[in-house]
Write a protein that binds this ligand. Structure first.
Ligand code: ZN
Length: 394
């Protein structure tokens, strides 16, 4: 619910994460102590010492707590029907994850009316916002027909500008054994219908989904239609996805769980972000990506939820930060940066994921004195207040 607009002063901030290394302590997080911030017209208008803060129409007292840029969740699948709680329970009892359950959600999504799908995407967007996610990417990929992919993107656009056409999520049942024909549909009629509703195109390049040649054909067609590129790469095993993403200049290669030294070198020498999705490893009880190897090589790392009903049904960026620290040995500072500035890089945005004058006034106010608590107090709802486009959300 929107309270009001006008200028807003966030006063008495104990620790402000700016992600501007020119500010504060000079670290990548650009930590400022005893700070204040003013938002006006949806943008950050002023940042400085708490004692020198100018007046504004509304004031929020941070009570010496930590404030950080709103999370940028650069990978989510929110347009679907049904859930797969039973599949999750079976997996926890020992069944392996194969990705085949996507087809279950496809059947439910096709059968659902627009209102049911809209209710789900709206509910999940609100759930994420309450937890501090101010920018979220939303993919199609559970329709897999021209009509259902297009309507998925139309509904996604109602909640975000960061929409991604994922017609190449999996080969639908009716095209079993005819995957090349399905690829022709995706890069032809389906792309023509979907492109106007999407900013990005994505492909699940994996054994059992789309091979390298198919993925490349789809991505090249998407680029020709004016869409930016993203790739689901190297999740379930080694493969060509990461190197294809780099070769085609994709904004992001997502998952990056099974990487060779060559894959890491390719990412390090590129503008392609490695987006890690530890919620998927958590919910499929799989091994986690080697974040330390990526960071040591100088790769830009983002963290995202992969929110979807099968392999990672969480919308919580704080949970992903806690997993990244506990399971992937990222420092809390690295994880917070990856969940904010890293996500912005993965979406090629410079107006979000950091707090700087002129940038979007998207921020999360914590019920904690430091960003460290996001990993230190896992599972606790630490996001107390959110400003989205400069507007306090309640
Ligand atoms: Zn995904």
């Amino acid at each position: 619910m929107i309270e009001r607009s006008g200028s807003v002063l966030v006063a008495n901030i104990g620790e402000l994460v700016t992600n501007d290394p020119e500010r504060g302590d000079g670290s990548p997080l650009g930590l400022c102590r005893d700070a204040a911030l003013v938002a006006a017209d949806g943008r950050v208008a002023w940042i400085g010492p708490a004692a020198g803060a100018p007046a504004a129409d509304t004031a929020i007292d941070a009570g010496r707590a930590a404030v950080l840029p709103g999370f940028v969740d650069s990978h989510a699948h929110l347009v679907f029907a049904g859930d797969r709680a039973a599949e999750f329970a079976a997996r926890m009892a020992g069944e392996p994850y194969t990705g085949g359950g996507i087809r279950t959600t496809v059947a439910a999504t096709r059968a659902a009316g627009d209102e049911a799908l809209r209710a789900t995407v709206t509910r999940l967007r609100a759930e994420a916002l309450r937890q501090g996610t101010t920018t979220i990417e939303v993919k199609s990929g559970y329709g897999l027909t021209v009509t259902d992919e297009t309507r998925s993107l139309r509904l996604a656009r109602e909640v975000t500008e960061e929409t991604t056409f994922l017609g190449a999520h999996v080969v639908p049942t009716e095209y079993a054994g005819r995957s090349d024909e399905y690829v022709d549909l995706v890069r032809g009629e389906m792309l023509r219908s979907a492109a106007g509703h999407a900013r990005w195109i994505d492909v699940f390049c994996e054994r059992g989904a789309f091979d390298e040649a198919q993925a490349e054909a789809i991505l090249r067609a998407g680029a020709a239609a004016g869409l930016g590129l993203r790739v689901h790469a190297n999740q379930l095993g080694p493969g060509p996805g990461v190197r294809l993403a780099v070769a085609l200049g994709a904004a992001s290669a997502d998952h990056c769980t099974h990487l060779s030294t060559m894959d890491i070198e390719a990412l390090a020498g590129s503008s392609t972000v490695a987006t890690l999705l530890p919620g998927a490893e958590f919910a499929t009880r799989s091994r986690y990506p080697d974040a330390r190897a990526l960071l040591a090589a100088g790769v830009t790392v983002a963290l995202a939820t992969d929110c979807n009903p099968g392999s990672s049904y969480t919308s919580s960026m704080p949970f992903c930060i806690a997993l990244a620290v506990r399971e992937m040995r990222m420092s809390p500072a690295e994880a917070v940066w990856a969940a904010t500035a890293g996500g912005a890089r993965a979406l090629r945005r410079d107006d979000v994921g950091r707090l700087a004058v002129g940038g979007r006034a998207d921020l999360a106010l914590l019920d904690a004195p430091s960003h460290l608590h996001l990993a230190y107090r896992p599972g606790v709802p630490l996001v107390r207040r959110v400003l989205h486009n400069g507007v306090p959300i309640t």
